[in-house]
Design a protein around this ligand. Structure first.
Ligand code: F6P
Length: 362
C-alpha cells in the first residue's frame, strides 16, 4: 500500500508560532505513517518551478520555540486574495489550475494551508479547483472569525506590553505624553489587549472613531490631577472621526492591502498642539511579528498542527482548525472568511476598560 502524502505551506505575513504548527503537523502525520512535503514561500511554491522540501521528525525537531517559518512565506505574489477590510478577490483560474496540477502530480492526499483570512480564502478557491484543503488560522491581528483565538496574537500582545513597560518609565521621568502605534490592520485587538495589560491610559481602535480634542482634554485632566504622563496606544487602523485611514503605501497593482501606518505621529502632533505638553511617538511595527512565540502560542500552534492532521484523517476538507472553550475542533473555512472579526464597541472588554478609566477618545 502506498504511503499517503500531505502537503503543508505557510502563507501571508509571518507570525510567531508558525514553526510550532509545522512541528505539530509533521509529528502527528509521521505518527500516522504519512509523508509530508513542505512548500516554500506559501502558495508560490506550488507554481513552476515547484519548490518544496520533505519534512520529517528531524527537520522539525526543536523549531517550535523559533519565530518566523522554516518554509518561508509571502503576503504578495500571485495568490493574494485579500483586498482590504475583509474583502476578498478571485485568484486567476490559470494559477489555481497550475497549483492543482502540482498537487495531483505529487499525488497529494491533502494540502494544509496555514494562513490568515486572505490565505484561507485562497485555500477555498483551491478546493473548488480540485485540491482537498485543510486550514489553520494564523494572524497576530486575531481577526479571524470562527475561532476564539489564533496563534501569534499572544506573542504580539506580549511585545506591546513589554514595550509599554519600558516606555512608562521614560514618559514618567520626562512628564511626557507617549503615543504607541500597534499593528492589527482593521481590528483593534492587539491595541486593546496590549493597552489594557500594559497600563495604557487611552486606547484608540478602528472600531471606535476618536476625537483628538477628547483625547487631549483627557490628558490635560490627568495633568491637572498630578498625572503628568499619559500613555496612548493607537492601533494602526484607528481613524479620527471625519478623518482618514493613515496609509504609507498603496496595495500592489490594485491587489493586496494598503500598508497602514502613521496614525501615532498624527496623534502625537495633535496632542502636543492641543495640550502644550511634550509628546513623543513610537511605532512598534514588525517587532510585534518577530521573535520567539510565547508559551501560549507554542501550545496553540502545536495543537492546531495536530488538529489539522485529525481533520485530514476525518476527511473534513475545506474546514479549518478552530479553538473554542479550550478545545480544538473544526469549522468550515467559509464561516471564518466571511468577514473579519473586529472588536465589538459595546462588548464587555471595552466596557471593562472604560470602567477602569481608559479613554477611547469618543
Ligand atoms: O496582518 C498582519 C500584519 O502584521 C498587520 O498587522 C500589518 O498591518 C501587516 O501585517 C504588515 O504587513 P507587511 O509585513 O506587509 O508590512
Amino acid at each position: 500500500m502506498s504511503v499517503k502524502r500531505i502537503g503543508v505551506l505557510t502563507s501571508g505575513g509571518d507570525c510567531p508560532g508558525l514553526n510550532a504548527v509545522l512541528h505539530g503537523v509533521v509529528s502527528a502525520a509521521t505518527t500516522r505513517g504519512f509523508e509530508v512535503l513542505g512548500f516554500l514561500d506559501g502558495y508560490e511554491g506550488l507554481l513552476n518551478p515547484v519548490r518544496y522540501q520533505r519534512l520529517d521528525a528531524v527537520s522539525v525537531s526543536h523549531i517550535s520555540h523559533l519565530g518566523g517559518t522554516i518554509l518561508g512565506t509571502t503576503n504578495r505574489g500571485r495568490f493574494v486574495a485579500k483586498v482590504g477590510g475583509g474583502k476578498k478577490a478571485e485568484i486567476d483560474p490559470a494559477i489555481l489550475r497550475q497549483a492543482r496540477d502540482t498537487c495531483r502530480g505529487l499525488n497529494l492526499h491533502a494540502l494544509i494551508c496555514i494562513g490568515g483570512d486572505g490565505s484561507l480564502s485562497t485555500s477555498l478557491q483551491l478546493q473548488k479547483a480540485g485540491v482537498d484543503v485543510v486550514g489553520v488560522p494564523k494572524t497576530i491581528d486575531n481577526d479571524i472569525l470562527a475561532t476564539a483565538s489564533s496563534f501569534g496574537f499572544d506573542s504580539a500582545v506580549t511585545c506591546v506590553v513589554d514595550s509599554l513597560d519600558r516606555l512608562h518609565t521614560t514618559a514618567r521621568s520626562h512628564k511626557r505624553i507617549m503615543v504607541v502605534e500597534t499593528m492589527g490592520r482593521h481590528a483593534g485587538w492587539i491595541a486593546l489587549h496590549g493597552g489594557l495589560a500594559g497600563g495604557a491610559d487611552a486606547i484608540l481602535i478602528p472600531e471606535i472613531p476618536f476625537h483628538h480634542a477628547k483625547v487631549a482634554a483627557f490628558a490635560k485632566e490627568r495633568a491637572s490631577h498630578g498625572l503628568a504622563s499619559t500613555m496612548i496606544v493607537v492601533a494602526e487602523g484607528a481613524v479620527a472621526a471625519k478623518g482618514q485611514l493613515s496609509t504609507i503605501a498603496p496595495g500592489l497593482r490594485g491587489k493586496g492591502e494598503v500598508r497602514l501606518g502613521g496614525v501615532a505621529e498624527q496623534v502625537a502632533r495633535e496632542m502636543e498642539k492641543r495640550t502644550g505638553q511634550e509628546t513623543r511617538h513610537v511605532v512598534l511595527g514588525h517587532l510585534q511579528r518577530g521573535g520567539n512565540p510565547t508559551a501560549l502560542d507554542r501550545i496553540l500552534g502545536t495543537r492546531f498542527g495536530v488538529g489539522a492532521i485529525e481533520l485530514v484523517v476525518k476527511k473534513k476538507f475545506s474546514h479549518m482548525v478552530s479553538y473554542q472553550n479550550y478545545e480544538i475542533g473544526g469549522v468550515p473555512i467559509a464561516e471564518a472568511v466571511a468577514r473579519i472579526r473586529t472588536v465589538p464597541p459595546q462588548g464587555q472588554f471595552v466596557h471593562h476598560a472604560r470602567e477602569i478609566g481608559i479613554c477611547f477618545g469618543d
